[in-house]
Design a protein around this ligand. Structure first.
Ligand SMILES: [Mg+2]
Length: 349
């Protein structure tokens, strides 16, 4: 992170110079990018298929806390959460536009660190930054990102295609990002009480990584293509398994049944849940920001995904107009509800 003494007020730079400082090391690598930053608008020429566009904002105090989020991680995460929405349509991200609202308490050095994170994500995901804006904000920092992607028309997966008896599949594992946030919040309050105490972050790298540096599952989009599986419906998990399942159910018009024992949770996350006196299933259902993909497939495709370590079948689609339910380990049926991110109740579904 930039030292306190390295502080170049943004007012010292003109808009042109600022854009130059922040974006001079970005290059265009996608064949569909004809013109990037530097004119009134960018120019794209879609190569094949259809274009996907998605926008999302990250607002200080709502989506992130600069006490423990480094600006580089913030830039990276702002990209990834938008790339994840393109993946959720079974497409791959290709270009991105970034608007930053910034107050005068931040200097050039801080902005440069955010852009270093943006650049790192663009490099990892092979996405071109093609434009955006930097404006003054009176209410803290906010990042507004528009991601553009592409996919073949017949491959694009909406939320609305789930059919009775289709299997419900999730990538990766769940609950890690929420537990990472719990650790950061705990260490923040310890620090506020006694600034001499060093944060206890060791041994919790997995959870912290899931929270601070999430990844978009472009690899799953590639894998599905390789396996020749087109999901019937799909969404990315930003708010928790429960509310995303409800979205698929509402859009498709069918009920969903999930099995508690099938929900994939990393062993280190189980341990952390115990430490924090939280039920791991609750954390997986109602925590968020894991950015895994939740989708349904026709049962005839089961053999193609069977045994793949990246994919877990966690349930099935039930009758038309049905409810969404969790079947617990002791065979009880619990209705899923959209508690969302901030309302996890201890030992409670
Ligand atoms: Mg989404």
């Amino acid at each position: 992170m930039a030292k306190k003494e390295d502080f170049t007020p943004l007012s010292k730079l003109g808009e042109f110079k600022l854009i130059e400082e922040l974006t001079s090391n970005f290059t265009l690598n996608q064949g569909s990018s004809i013109l990037g930053i530097g004119d009134d608008a960018a120019i794209l020429e879609p190569l094949t298929g259809q274009t996907l566009i998605s926008a999302d904002s990250l607002v200080e105090g709502v989506h992130f806390d600069l006490t423990y989020v480094a600006p580089g991680h913030l830039g990276y995460k702002a990209m990834v959460v938008n790339f994840s929405d393109i993946c959720a349509m079974n497409g791959l991200p290709t270009q991105v536009l970034v608007n930053i609202g910034i107050s005068n308490r931040f200097g050039l050095e801080f902005l440069k660190e955010i852009y270093a994170g943006i650049k790192a994500a663009c490099d990892v995901y092979d996405v071109d930054l093609i434009g955006g804006d930097t404006v003054s904000s009176y209410s803290g920092l906010n990042l507004s990102v528009t991601a553009i992607g592409q996919a073949d028309a017949q491959k694009i997966t909406k939320r609305s295609g789930a059919q009775e008896n289709h299997l419900v599949v999730v990538s990766g594992d769940l609950g890690g990002a929420y537990m990472g946030l719990q650790i950061l919040e705990r260490e923040k309050s310890v620090f506020q009480e006694n600034p001499d105490i060093q944060p206890e972050l060791k041994g919790n790298e997995y959870a912290l990584g899931r929270q601070l540096k999430p990844e978009a599952r472009t690899d799953i989009v590639d894998l599905l293509e390789k396996l020749e599986v087109i999901p019937s419906s799909m969404i990315d998990i930003s708010d928790g398994l429960s509310s995303e399942t409800l979205h698929l159910s509402q859009s498709s018009g069918y009920g969903f049944a999930l099995y508690e024992e099938k929900i994939p949770i990393d062993p280190t996350i189980y341990k952390l849940c115990e430490e924090f006196n939280l039920t791991s299933t609750t954390v997986a259902l109602n925590g968020g920001e894991d950015y895994e993909l939740l989708f349904t497939i026709d049962p005839k495709d089961y053999d193609k995904i069977k045994g793949n370590p990246n994919l877990t079948v966690i349930g099935h689609v039930t009758e038309k107009g049905g409810e969404c339910k969790l079947i617990t380990r002791d065979n009880k049926l619990l209705p899923l509800n959209a508690q969302g991110w901030n309302s996890i109740n201890e030992k409670n579904y």
